[in-house]
Ligand binder design. Structure first.
Ligand SMILES: Cc1ncc(COP(=O)(O)O)c(C=O)c1O
Length: 378
């Protein structure tokens, strides 16, 4: 991966292990977006046409569908994860007495759309409680019953780094006639994920974390049965199947998940997302996973030696690119600041240090981090 580091110039200046917040972006993606802006955005319709617009969007849907193993028709492009989860929540019909099961470890994006529905429709949101940063599937199961419509969780939890076995949770949901809705923003790009194999019903992500893409681009996958009869929450000129006719009286929704895309799109970020997925695929997700898993193992070993309490499961199957650690009597804000002064970039989350390396990191980065922690704790 040393060669790859050249694609991320700042990785020579700082030890950047904060992917779970915002990743570094490869020069290939930045250059492609710059070219796109110069060639198309700068020049109005001189170079940009309806057909090119369609091509940019369909290329993105195709790359995404290859990445997660679904039909491109089942993908709607969005600007972020939150938008995607809202589209899913909007598509589900709830009745009084239904419930949604989630965890107390979720990023608010995962729970707010259901809490909104809870306020509007008397639906109950049930939270499985973590024990030392981990939520067990058994604890989820205790909350699921035949009134459960949705289990909503992150593939990888943003604070603890716990990775769920999606197939197991999907089976649990399906046994009760519920669906599994997944936030994959902390896993896609580092963990191979196939929605068909895992039997996931809906999944949303943004580009700007492990996928190494830009702000302003994201997507949502939904099983066809979930969206085929749904009137989207927003509609606009692109909501019509034949939208290039611009007929203000004719309004026939596309049969595909494209029905959620209603107006002008963030073409440059979406183009950037396509290039980012191509970049990731050129390295190979399996290779990325191996590299990141080795780094996180080294991190766990180093932190253990320092006597830290590691919140992230040590088992490889239950973690991904995030390692979260607590120390006795540590002021995490101060430590994060001190580390940043030493050009080591990590975060504080859930009263712990969160370290999240990607392909731009090497073992030396982990060693530098461990040494720096030793020093700043003295
Ligand atoms: C699990 C999870 N979901 C979503 C987001 C961000 O949401 P959005 O893509 O809407 O900005 C984050 C950001 O930290 C996250 O950790």
């Amino acid at each position: 991966m040393r060669r790859v580091r050249e694609d991320f110039p700042i990785s020579n200046e700082v030890v950047y292990m904060n992917t779970a917040a915002i990743s570094l972006k490869p020069v290939q993606v930045i250059d492609a977006m710059t070219e796109f802006m110069k060639g198309y955005e700068a020049n109005g319709t001189v170079n940009f046409s309806d057909s090119l617009e369609g091509e940019v969007l369909e290329n993105a849907r195709c790359r995404i569908s290859e990445l997660i193993g679904c039909r491109s028709d089942d993908i709607a492009l969005t600007t972020n994860t939150s938008e995607g989860i809202n589209f899913v929540a909007h598509s589900i019909k709830f009745e009084h007495g239904n419930n949604v099961v989630t965890t107390d470890l979720e990023f608010p994006t995962v729970t707010y759309p259901w809490l909104k529905i809870a306020k509007e429709k008397g639906v109950e949101v049930r939270f499985a409680l973590n024990r030392n940063g981990i939520v067990s599937v058994e604890d989820l199961e205790k909350l699921v019953d035949d009134n459960t419509r949705v289990i909503a969780l992150s593939h990888v939890e943003y604070s603890s780094g716990q990775r769920f076995n999606l197939r197991e949770v999907a089976d649990l949901a399906h046994r009760h006639g519920a669906i599994l809705v997944v936030d994959a923003v902390q896993s896609l790009g580092v963990i191979p994920l196939n929605v068909k194999r895992e039997n996931v019903d809906a999944l949303a992500s943004a580009a700007y974390k492990w996928l190494l893409g830009p702000f302003g681009a994201g997507f949502v996958y939904m099983r066809k049965e979930l969206y085929e009869n749904v009137m989207p929450p927003f509609v606009g000129w692109r909501s019509n199947k034949e939208h290039e006719e611009y007929d203000p009286q004719k309004f026939t929704l596309p049969e595909t998940a494209r029905r959620f895309e209603y107006g002008g799109m963030p073409y440059t970020p979406i183009y950037g997302l396509t290039k980012a997925i191509e970049y990731i695929m050129s390295i190979g997700i399996e290779n990325i996973r191996e590299h990141v898993m080795n780094l996180t193992q080294k991190l766990i070993d180093g932190l253990n030696d320092l006597g830290a309490q590691i919140l992230t499961p040590s088992n490889r199957e239950q973690r991904a690119g995030i390692v979260s650690a607590r120390f006795d009597k540590m002021d995490y804000d101060k430590i994060v600041e001190e580390l940043a002064k030493n050009k080591i970039i990590v975060s504080k989350r859930m009263n712990a240090l969160r370290i999240s390396p990607h392909i731009y990191n090497v073992e030396e980065d982990v060693m530098k981090f461990v040494e720096a922690i030793k020093k700043v704790r003295k």
